[in-house]
Every structure is written in structure tokens, then in C-alpha cells.
Design a protein around this ligand. Structure first.
Ligand SMILES: O=C([O-])CC(=O)C(=O)O
Length: 159
């Protein structure tokens, strides 16, 4: 994958750039990208676990967790399962946990922060809908690319 600055330069009219948020890379892959799948939830990771248990086909799960840092929407178990199912990574507008293990999983994990407490699982949340944060709307089927520079989104695949 090319760097997000290079992709931005070559496709300036086609990319949206996520702004105004501080991301931390917790996974084994700092650079990752792919077709977008989405979940919108709040302190309940039912849909996250469920979605990452399906075949990833190289996709990236973008989770709008409302920015909550009160509990973790993903940890080492869900991340390892996602990697095994062929997901490229997750971008969590919220928090994760088990960070010592996450860094050894060949998988991308971007989140706003980490917290020891797990989330509740009451079956709430929505999958496969457009989600928005950082000034950008992420639509299922579009493409996202992330690296240490930041996150960009485009309608089609970029090379
Ligand atoms: O199970 C959870 O809700 C999150 C977690 O700790 C894991 O994925 O290992």
C-alpha cells in the first residue's frame, strides 16, 4: 500500500481526509486499508463482535462508538478472531483494550484511546450504515486507507 500522503497527492479530488482527532495505532499493522464495513454503537460491542466473526475479505471495519473512552469496543480476542477471518483492520471512534497483545496481532487497530473495562453486550447497535466522525462520512463499500499520517476515504479503491 502507498502512503496516505502519496495517495492524497495523486487523488486530491477523490479523497476525504479525517481531521481533528488524535488516533493511536495499537495493532501489529500501522498501515492498512480496504473496503469499508461499518458499525454504529455506544458502549455496546455486540455488532462489532458479530461483524468481525464474518468473512472479512480484506475489509476494514469502521466503528462509530460516539467517541466514548469509558469502555473498550475491541480487545485481543475479537481482534485475533477478525484477523483469522481475513479482516485488514478496525478504526474505532472509541476505545480498545489488551494493548500489549494487540501489538503482536497482524492486524490494524486505530482507536482514540484504551481502557481496561469491557463494553456491555445487550445486542444494541447498527451495522452497514453510513457513519460520520472527524468531518468524514464512511459509507459501506467505499475505501479507507490508514497509516501513521492519518486516515483517508475514497469512493473507489486507490492504487
Ligand atoms: O470481549 C470483548 O468485549 C472485548 C475483549 O476484551 C476482547 O476482544 O478480548
Amino acid at each position: 500500500m502507498r502512503s496516505t500522503p502519496d495517495l492524497c497527492d495523486d487523488h486530491a479530488d477523490d479523497v476525504r481526509v479525517v481531521t481533528g482527532l488524535h488516533w493511536h495505532s495499537y495493532g501489529g499493522h500501522e498501515q492498512f486499508g480496504g473496503r469499508i464495513a461499518t458499525v454504529k454503537c455506544f458502549e455496546d460491542n455486540s455488532r462489532v463482535k458479530e461483524t468481525l466473526a464474518t468473512e472479512g475479505e480484506g475489509r476494514v471495519l469502521v466503528v462509530d462508538g460516539g467517541g466514548s473512552l469509558r469502555n473498550a469496543l475491541i480487545g485481543d480476542m475479537i481482534a485475533a478472531n477478525a484477523r483469522d477471518n481475513g479482516w485488514a483492520g478496525v478504526i474505532i471512534h472509541g476505545a480498545c483494550r489488551d494493548v500489549d497483545v494487540l501489538r503482536d496481532i497482524n492486524f490494524g487497530v486505530l482507536a482514540l484511546g484504551c481502557i481496561p473495562r469491557k463494553s456491555v453486550r445487550r445486542g444494541e447497535g447498527q451495522a452497514d450504515i453510513p457513519v460520520s466522525f472527524g468531518g468524514v462520512t464512511f459509507r459501506p463499500g467505499e475505501y479507507v486507507y490508514a497509516d501513521a499520517n492519518g486516515i483517508i476515504v475514497s469512493k473507489g479503491a486507490l492504487s
